[in-house]
Design a protein around this ligand. Structure first.
Ligand SMILES: NC(=O)c1ccc[n+]([C@@H]2O[C@H](COP(=O)([O-])OP(=O)(O)OC[C@H]3O[C@@H](n4cnc5c(N)ncnc54)[C@H](O)[C@@H]3O)[C@@H](O)[C@H]2O)c1
Length: 457
């Protein structure tokens, strides 16, 4: 082949690649164009005036929100002023809990899906904690921020790409906090591993593995009310990783996502959807509504691969349907070592063989050396208050501490958006033969200069 034809082929290849790039960046822009342009300044590292007493209101006090009320009652400097739940008995139960604990009686807002709006008009509320079904998270967060309140929201914060942008836009416009309550970031092991990463124990980080593998089929037994009554419909309608944040949140903090690196693109694959139909056939009569479902869409196991801007790889898995022991993987690998969870194991260059895990009692010296200062100070008390081994209590204590002391929260709206968006983007990739999908940069470029989360003393 002549040199000129080689050159022509080379130019042709370049222009095809160029066309591909243009199409990809166009697609990203189209996603962004669906939302309003930036109307406020960045809320990265947002600090608000210290609140002496934090006046908290709740929306949704079912299984999760009810637990949060109990734990919040034990946090110093908190006053629970109002409670809203569309289901009156749930709100009444939470109010009774406050009174029994010797706290003033909060006002109740009950009886409809929109009565929370009335509550948000009141000016004796600083912070609203939202623990409702997923479809309500973003609308209620937006309304809370628009009403001058900080929003704390259960996971995932949003279920569509557009909702993620709406959260970011609203937080920037109102200069309010919007924190997703990713409690797993406050687990003892996760905090310790964060500390290890910050101290460079694993060298340069290369790869992470995250998961939420939890057999939750029993939730289908809540048919009229309770978690299964709304969550089961998600497995019918959608197909992807519907609950990515528990495993991913800690890995994102290890890797400084949004603070030095960011999620760039992902590719996702789902297994067949068989477990829910099999469970329904086994546990419910043939005429039961779960046995009338024509098609369960959501693959029992979803595996999503994320590539970051710095080139790191992350595997995220999700399965709430298979008979399999609980697992969040919690694996972080760098040039000098690896930590993995379930069960906890570690390998560090220069600290024993790199061909064998150190585990069990062998991990004790690592806890002594690397336990996170937050856990050292509050871990024992948090364990007593409880909630997933103390992580829930520690999370609430820490965020109230930050609000009372004028410090930025550990998780901001950009984290809420980036961690939650993996759900809808995985759906998009699964529906398109696992083709890769760009992850929007919710920080609008601020990730390049964002400061990594510090290890508080
Ligand atoms: N972080 C965790 O470890 C964890 C654990 C469990 C659940 N969650 C999350 O908590 C949230 C709630 O889950 P759950 O298991 O408590 O569900 P649930 O069904 O037990 O509770 C939801 C409550 O919200 C109320 N509600 C529904 N719509 C409402 C509305 N428009 N206004 C006011 N109240 C409304 C319901 O009456 C119910 O009491 C979900 O987002 C879930 O993903 C998180």
């Amino acid at each position: 082949m002549s040199t000129s034809s080689n050159r022509r082929d080379f130019l042709k290849t370049l222009s095809v690649a160029g066309a591909g790039l243009t199409a990809a960046s166009l697609a990203t822009r189209q996603t962004r164009a669906a939302v309003s342009p930036q109307t406020g300044k960045s809320v990265m590292g947002l600090v608000v005036d210290p609140l002496e007493t934090v006046r908290v209101a709740f929306i949704g006090v079912g299984s999760r929100g009810g637990g949060h009320v109990g734990r919040m009652l034990k946090v110093e400097g908190v006053e629970i002023t109002a409670i809203c739940d569309s289901h009156a008995p749930a709100a009444e139960g939470a109010r009774a809990r406050c009174v029994k604990a010797g706290h003033p009686e909060p006002r109740l807002y009950v009886g409809s899906d929109t009565v929370y709006r009335e509550m948000l008009e009141c000016d004796d509320i600083d912070v609203v904690l939202i623990a409702t079904p997923w479809k309500w998270h973003t609308p209620q967060c937006i309304h809370a921020m628009e009403s001058g309140k900080h929003a704390l929201v259960e996971v995932p914060a949003a279920v569509t790409v557009e909702e993620c942008w709406q959260l970011v836009d609203t937080a920037e416009r109102t200069q309010k906090n919007c924190m997703m309550l990713e409690n797993v970031n406050y687990g003892r092991d996760e905090l310790m591993v964060l500390n290890m990463c910050r101290q460079g124990l694993f060298g340069d980080l290369l790869h992470g593995e995250a998961a939420y593998i939890h057999d939750l089929r029993f939730q289908m037994k809540s048919v009229e009310r309770g978690t299964g009554s709304w969550r089961t419909h998600q497995y019918i309608k959608r197909n992807g990783n519907l609950y990515p944040t528990h495993g991913l949140g800690p890995i994102a903090q290890y890797m400084n996502i949004n603070r030095g690196d960011r999620f760039d693109y992902l590719s996702s694959v789902s297994s067949p959807a068989l477990g829910r139909a099999a469970y329904a056939a086994d546990k419910f009569p043939p005429n039961h509504k779960w046995n009338q479902v024509k098609k369960w869409n959501c693959g029992d196991m979803n595996t999503t691969m994320i590539k970051t801007a710095l080139g790191r790889s992350i595997m995220v898995q999700w399965d709430e349907t298979s008979p399999r022991p609980y697992d969040r993987l919690n694996l972080i690998q760098g040039t000098k070592g690896t930590f993995a969870g379930y069960p906890n194991r570690i390998v560090v260059e220069g600290r024993g063989s790199t061909h064998r895990w150190t585990q069990g009692a062998g991990l004790q010296p690592y806890y002594e050396e690397f336990d996170h200062p937050l856990w050292k100070r509050w871990g024992a008390e948090a364990k007593k208050v409880g909630g997933h081994g103390g992580m829930d209590a520690l999370m609430l204590w820490r965020l109230i501490y930050c609000l009372r002391n004028g410090e930025p929260l550990d998780q901001d709206v950009y984290d809420a958006a980036a961690w939650s968006v993996i759900g809808p983007l995985s759906e998009k990739s699964v529906a398109d033969r696992s083709n890769s999908v760009d992850v929007p940069d919710f920080t609008r470029g601020a990730w390049k200069t964002g400061k990594p989360l510090g290890i508080v003393s």
